[in-house]
Design a protein around this ligand. Structure first.
Ligand code: NAD
Ligand code: DAU
Length: 332
C-alpha cells in the first residue's frame, strides 16, 4: 500500500489519524474534506508536503470521489456529521453525508476495487443500563437511538451489503468516545475545559449520571492503522480502552485539575433520548491483531488535553461564542 485517501481528515479524529499515519509510515495521504463548521485546515499544519495533498470537496460529489478513489490503494472514511445534539436540531445533513456520502464512496471503491475502511461508532448498538455488567461486542444487535446514530448504523449496513453483494474489500470499526487534541468545542470534554478557562461553570445534561467509555484519540488512530494493515476484509472490529466513567466524574476531575471546586458545575436540560451508557469489549481487536491502547491512564490523558487547549486558544477561540449561543438556544 502506497497511497491512501482519508475522508474527513480536517476533523478531530481524521486529522489525528493523518498526523499518526504519516509519522508511522511512508504512505502518501490525500485528504478529502468539505470543511464544514467541524473541519479546520489548521489542524493539518506541519505535514510533509511531498507526501500530503488536501482536496476541499464533498464526499457526495460522485465525480470528484471517483477520480480520487481511482488514484489510491485504500480509502479510510472518517467524514461524517458527528454531533448528536446537532442531529436533533436538523437531521438532514446527517442523512446526506453519513448515508449518501458513504454510498458514494463505496460505489467508487467497488468500481476501482479499492480497499475500504469505514470508521463508525459504538452508538449503533444503542445504550446499556447503568448497572448492566454487559459490554458491546461485534455480535451486539443494532439499536441506534438518535438521528446521528441511525445514519451511522445505516452507513455500516451499506458497507456490509457491499461486502456481501459486490465483494467490496471493506473493514468496519466501531469505537467509543474519543478525547484529545483538535476536538471541536461543541463536544463534552473540550466544551467544559474551555468553559472553565472562560470562567463559565461546566454544564452537565440531566443528572450527569450517563456513562461514556473514553479512549484517547491516538489509540483510536493506532487501532485504525492496525485494521488497515492487518484487518480481514468483511470483518468488524470494536475499538475501546476500558475507560468507562460517568459524565459527572469527568467534570469533577476537570474542575479539580484546573484548580476549582469539584462541585462548581450546573445541571442543565437533558438531551432528548439521551443514551445512558456505552461500553466496549475490544477483545477481538486485541486478540486477532495484537492491538493495545497506550493511554491507559485517563487522568494523565486529561492533563495533557487541558494543556493542549490552554496552549492552542487561537485554534478553538473562533468557534467558542457561536457554539455556546447554539447551546443556549437548546437550554444546554
Ligand atoms: P468531526 O465532526 O470532528 O469531523 C468530521 C469531518 O468531516 C470534518 O472535517 C468535516 O468538515 C468533514 N465532513 C463533514 N461532512 C463532509 C462531507 N459531506 N464531505 C467531506 N467532508 C465532510 O468528527 P470526528 O469526531 O472526528 O468523527 C470522525 C468519524 O469518527 C465519524 O465518522 C464519527 O462517526 C466517528 N466516531 C467518532 C467518535 C468520537 O468520539 N468523536 C467515536 C467513534 C466514532
Ligand atoms: O460513542 C461515540 C460517540 O461519542 C461518537 O460517535 C460521536 O461522534 C461523539 O460525538 C460522541 O457522542 P456523545 O453524544 O457521547 O458525545 P458528546 O461529547 O456530545 O457528549 C458526551 C456526554 O456528555 C453525553 O452523555 C452528553 C454529555 N454532555 C455533553 C455536552 C456537550 C453534557 O453532559 N454536557 C455537555 O455540555
Amino acid at each position: 500500500m502506497q497511497r491512501i485517501l482519508v475522508t474527513g481528515g480536517a476533523g478531530f479524529i481524521g486529522c489525528n489519524f493523518v498526523h499518526y499515519i504519516m509519522g508511522h509510515s511512508s504512505l502518501h495521504v490525500t485528504v478529502l474534506d468539505k470543511l464544514t463548521y467541524a473541519g479546520n485546515i489548521e489542524s493539518l499544519e506541519g505535514l510533509p508536503g511531498t507526501r500530503f495533498e488536501f482536496v476541499k470537496g464533498d464526499i457526495c460529489d460522485a465525480e470528484l470521489v471517483d477520480g480520487l478513489t481511482s488514484d489510491v490503494d485504500a480509502v479510510v472514511h472518517f467524514a461524517a456529521e458527528s454531533h448528536n445534539d446537532n442531529s436533533l436540531q436538523d437531521p438532514r445533513p446527517f442523512v446526506d453525508t453519513n448515508l449518501v456520502g458513504t454510498y458514494t464512496l463505496i460505489e467508487a471503491a467497488r468500481r476501482h476495487g479499492t480497499r475500504f475502511h469505514h470508521v463508525s461508532t459504538d452508538e449503533v448498538y444503542g445504550d446499556l443500563a447503568l448497572d448492566d455488567p454487559a459490554r458491546f461486542t461485534e455480535d451486539s444487535v443494532y439499536r441506534p437511538t438518535s438521528p446521528y446514530s441511525a445514519t451511522k448504523a445505516g452507513s455500516d449496513l451499506l458497507v456490509r451489503a457491499w461486502v456481501r453483494s459486490f465483494g467490496l474489500r471493506a473493514t468496519i470499526s466501531n469505537c467509543s468516545n474519543n478525547y484529545g487534541p483538535y476536538q471541536h468545542v461543541e463536544k463534552f470534554i473540550p466544551r467544559q475545559i474551555t468553559n472553565i478557562l472562560d470562567g463559565i461553570r461546566p454544564r452537565l445534561y440531566g443528572e450527569g449520571r450517563n456513562v461514556r467509555d473514553w479512549i484517547h484519540v491516538e489509540d483510536h488512530s493506532s487501532a485504525v492503522a492496525a485494521i488497515l494493515e492487518h484487518g480481514k476484509p468483511g470483518e468488524t472490529y470494536l475499538i475501546g480502552a476500558d475507560g468507562e466513567l460517568s459524565n459527572r466524574t469527568v467534570v469533577e476531575k476537570l474542575l479539580v485539575l484546573m484548580g476549582k471546586s469539584p462541585d462548581a458545575y450546573d445541571l442543565v436540560t437533558d438531551r432528548p433520548g439521551h443514551d445512558l451508557r456505552y461500553a466496549i469489549d475490544s477483545a477481538k481487536l486485541r486478540r486477532e491483531l495484537g492491538w493495545a491502547p497506550r493511554y491507559s491512564d485517563f487522568d494523565a490523558g486529561l492533563v495533557a488535553t487541558v494543556r493542549w487547549y490552554q496552549e492552542h486558544e487561537s485554534w478553538w477561540r473562533p468557534q467558542k461564542a457561536g457554539t455556546e449561543l447554539k447551546y443556549a438556544g437548546q437550554g444546554h
